[in-house]
Ligand binder design. Sequence first.
Ligand code: NAD
Length: 268
Amino acid sequence: MMLQGKRLLITGVLTRNSIAFSVAKEALRHGAEIMLTSHGRARSLTERSARQLADVPPAVLELDVTRAQDFSQLRTQIEDRWGELSGVLHAIAYAPADALGGDFIATPVASAVEAFTISAFSYNALAGCLAPLLKPGGSIVGLDFDSSRAWPAYNWMGVAKASLESVNRYLARDLGPRGIRANLIAAGPIRSPAARSGFRGFDLLAGAWAESAPLGWDAANAQPIAGAACFLLSDWSSAITGEIVHVDGGHHALALPAGQLPSQGRAD
Ligand SMILES: NC(=O)c1ccc[n+]([C@@H]2O[C@H](COP(=O)([O-])OP(=O)(O)OC[C@H]3O[C@@H](n4cnc5c(N)ncnc54)[C@H](O)[C@@H]3O)[C@@H](O)[C@H]2O)c1
């Protein structure tokens, strides 16, 4: 029970195919108490997912990261219910269609800024809002997609993820002296609601990933990401901060896809 006694806020649960749903499920299995967030019209989907997580469903609090007032209300509500918080999962991203899969160079600045605000700046905003409730030993975890390379179609979401990685380092710098950690998981492709609706060419990418990652990759299974998130939210990662843990089947480590060179990596 790696998370026994922990009180975690988990954002980003939409359906059971959301990565955050798997994290929430695994966190409950490891003994954590959780609350979820949702926003606007997505709330009914999140509430349905909450009912699938536990017989007594976790509370769903309102958080639209584009609304400053939601952050202050969120902090008050957590303070009223729990007083303190042990950890937070940031699993929030969005880019308008013309910033994700459109013409990269011609993307309007407003669309790029929206992608940045919701997908990267919100990590800082959430940390700033909740850090006063986090005890020393508290942990903030975000979900990343490796931004060290340019991907087909990912466009300004890729730029937002590069920003997210940078934000993570600054959060580690500024929250470390208060005993609070900030880490990202760079996940391989998962067939989530966002990936299915927003990312043209996703199936091609996921298929190529499965073939080229040394450990292989199953885009229908977010459990390995959930396990790593629970580790980062637990005391087992007490000296890790500013880190990006790749949970991607090892895809990031190779210059050429696994198995492309003859006899490469074979023990015989
Ligand atoms: N699916 C993948 O292949 C993949 C890979 C690596 C990283 N990620 C990251 O994982 C995280 C979760 O995404 P997912 O793939 O599980 O998809 P998802 O659609 O299940 O989750 C995205 C969440 O962002 C929320 N959101 C969007 N705009 C918001 C706003 N203004 N305020 C508050 N919440 C808002 C949505 O409600 C949703 O819950 C994202 O950061 C995503 O970039 C996804």
